[in-house]
Design a protein around this ligand. Structure first.
Ligand SMILES: Nc1ncnc2c1ncn2[C@@H]1O[C@H](COP(=O)(O)OP(=O)(O)O)[C@@H](O)[C@H]1O
Ligand SMILES: O=C(O)[C@H](O)[C@@H](O)[C@H](O)[C@H](O)COP(=O)(O)O
Length: 178
């Protein structure tokens, strides 16, 4: 545990910040990593180029498209667990089977599901600049999402509060559990 983490009083965790496009994964994950001194990986950056081309062209990914991406996400998580270094990954992790793949080999992964209304998401994606994901893919993202069940290791937060409030809520949750 480094000085910053010790100060906040949160033990290292291995988090996947999940949810549909535009829900705030990057915003929350990068904020957590900065505040807690943990490693951060943008899951979008692990997509094979063919996946990015497909999404950019407005086509939803299939299970087959996602398989190599999820494998890379899993590898990144495994390396962080081996290093015993707190870590935060963004990954939509839309289906239960994807979450099982991410946490495979018994990794102690926790998912943070950011839930945001379809209307707010559509508005955000329309306004977001410099990202390959078009707003037109939102309906397929929402249709594909399998909301994590109570039997899954998930922390649920609303993505409609200010990001600073979401970060405070999560850090308080971690402090209370440690
Ligand atoms: N809680 C929030 N309230 C309002 N806007 C937000 C919030 N979280 C993120 N945003 C904005 O919404 C857009 C999508 O956020 P982003 O973090 O890129 O989501 P994701 O990584 O899930 O696609 C960005 O323009 C971001 O600034
Ligand atoms: O599984 C998928 O269909 C994609 O991975 C998708 O869920 C993801 O959301 C994109 O990578 C867009 O990136 P943002 O989520 O950052 O908008």
């Amino acid at each position: 545990m480094d000085a910053q983490t010790a100060h906040i009083g949160v033990r290292p965790r291995y988090l996947v910040i999940m949810g549909v496009s535009g829900t705030g994964k990057t915003t929350i994950a990068s904020g957590l990593a900065t505040r807690l001194g943990w490693r951060f990986q943008e899951g979008d950056a692990l997509h094979p180029p063919a996946n990015v081309e497909k999404m950019s062209a407005g086509q939803p990914l299939t299970d087959t498209d996602r398989a190599p991406w999820l494998a890379l996400c899993h590898e990144w998580l495994r390396a962080q667990v081996e290093a015993e270094q707190g870590a935060v990954l963004t990954c939509s992790a839309l289906k239960r089977a994807y979450r099982e793949q991410l946490a495979g080999e018994g990794l102690p992964i926790e998912f943070v599901h950011i839930d945001t209304s379809a209307d707010a998401l559509a508005e955000r994606l329309k306004r977001r600049e410099g990202h390959f994901m078009p707003a037109s893919l939102l309906p397929s993202q929402l249709a594909t999402l399998e909301v994590p069940g109570d039997d899954e290791p998930v922390i649920r937060v609303s993505g409609e509060k200010h990001p600073d409030l979401v970060l405070e809520e999560l850090i308080r949750h971690f402090q209370a559990e440690d």
